[in-house]
Ligand binder design. Structure first.
Ligand code: ADP
Ligand code: MG
Length: 295
C-alpha cells in the first residue's frame, strides 16, 4: 500500500483551445501535499495558479493526468459525484470573498451545512455561530450582510464558511489579495491557527512571497510548471530600461505624440488662439523634448 496524501497531482496537463492552437495553463504538473500541511504555491500573475486551484478543487477537469484528494482519485468522477465530493471534502476561500450578498454572515456559513443535509436549520445556525466565533468575527456583526462588513471581516466569514462541512482540505486563491496589511496579517494568523488546531490541510496560491513565508512549506509555479525550489531567477524582477522602451514601439508612439503636439500648436496659431511669441516658445519646448529623446 502506497503512502497516503491529502493531495496528489500526477502529470496533470490543462490547456485552453484558442482557435487552432492550445494554450497550456498547466504542463506535466506533479506534486504531493501531506496531511495537515499548510502549503503555499507561489507564482507570478498568469503562471497557472487559479487554473491549478480549480483543478485540485474539482471545479475543473484536467486534460491529462490524475488528481487525488484525501487519497481518493477524482479523475473519473461525474458531475454529481464531484459536487457531492466538493461539498463534503473541500472548503474554498477566494480573493473576492464570494459571499451571498443578501444573506447574513450566519446564513452564509450555514448554507453549505443545509445543502449537506447533515444539520437541521437550528443546528446549522448554532454551528455557524461557533465557527464565526472561532475565526474571530465580533458577535455584533453576525447578522450583518457582506456589504455591512469590512473586507477583512468578509474574508473571516468566507473562512468560517469553508470550514462549514468539516472538509479534509481548504483551498485558498489569493485570500489576502484584496486586503490591507492589517487584515492580511489577521487572515494569515487565523489560517495558521486553524491549521494548527484542526490539523486540516491548507493550500494557498498567491503571487505574494511575503504571504508565502507564513506557511509551513512552499512550492513554486511558473509558466504552468511546478517547482519544489524557486527557479534561479524567480525573485529577480526584470525592469525594461527606458532606452529599450524608446527603441521599441513605445518610442515611435511617443514621437507621434510630440509631432501631434506641434501640429496642434501650429493650428492654434493659425486660428488666432495663441500669439507668435507663444508659438515660438511652444515650438522651442517641443524641440527640446525631441532633443532629450534623441528622436
Ligand atoms: N478560460 C480560459 N481560456 C483561455 N485561457 C485561459 C483561461 N483561463 C486561464 N487562461 C490562461 O491560462 C494561463 C494561466 O491563468 P491563471 O491560472 O488564471 O493564472 P494565475 O491565477 O496564476 O494568474 C494564463 O495564460 C491565462 O491567460
Ligand atoms: Mg489567479
Amino acid at each position: 500500500m502506497s503512502e497516503k496524501y491529502a493531495l496528489e497531482c500526477i502529470d496533470v496537463d490543462k490547456y485552453y483551445v484558442m482557435g487552432s492552437y492550445k494554450i497550456y495553463a498547466l504542463k506535466n504538473v506533479s506534486f504531493k501535499v501531506s496531511y495537515g500541511d499548510l502549503v503555499s504555491i507561489v507564482g507570478p500573475s498568469g503562471s497557472g495558479k487559479s487554473t491549478l486551484l480549480h483543478i485540485i478543487g474539482t471545479l475543473d477537469k484536467p486534460n491529462k493526468g490524475i488528481v487525488r484528494i484525501d487519497s481518493i482519485d477524482v479523475t473519473n468522477f461525474n458531475e454529481n459525484e464531484l459536487s457531492r465530493f466538493r461539498r463534503e471534502k473541500i472548503g474554498f476561500v477566494f480573493q473576492f470573498f464570494n459571499l451571498a450578498t443578501y444573506l447574513t454572515a450566519i446564513e452564509n456559513v450555514a448554507l453549505p451545512m443545509l445543502f449537506s443535509r447533515k444539520y437541521n436549520s437550528k443546528e446549522a445556525e448554532i454551528r455557524a455561530k461557533l465557527l464565526l466565533s472561532l475565526v474571530g468575527l465580533p458577535e455584533q456583526k453576525f447578522k450583518n450582510t457582506p456589504r455591512q462588513l469590512s473586507g477583512g471581516q468578509q474574508q473571516m466569514v468566507a473562512i468560517a464558511r469553508a470550514l462549514a462541512n468539516d472538509p479534509a482540505i481548504i483551498l485558498a486563491d489569493e485570500p489576502t489579495g484584496n486586503l490591507d496589511l492589517e487584515s492580511t496579517s489577521k487572515v494569515l494568523s487565523t489560517i495558521k491557527f486553524l491549521n494548527e488546531i484542526t490539523k486540516k490541510t491548507f493550500v494557498i496560491v498567491t503571487h505574494n512571497v511575503e504571504v508565502a513565508t507564513f506557511t509551513k512549506s512552499m512550492k513554486f509555479i511558473r509558466d504552468g510548471k511546478i517547482f519544489e525550489k524557486p527557479p534561479d531567477d524567480f525573485l529577480k524582477m526584470k525592469v525594461t530600461k527606458s532606452e529599450d522602451f524608446l527603441r521599441g514601439d513605445e518610442g515611435k508612439i511617443y514621437k507621434s505624440i510630440i509631432d501631434f503636439e506641434e501640429e496642434v500648436v501650429k493650428r492654434r496659431f493659425i486660428d488666432g488662439e495663441i500669439d507668435e511669441t507663444t508659438l515660438e516658445n511652444e515650438i522651442l519646448e517641443i524641440e527640446q523634448k525631441r532633443k532629450t529623446l534623441k528622436l
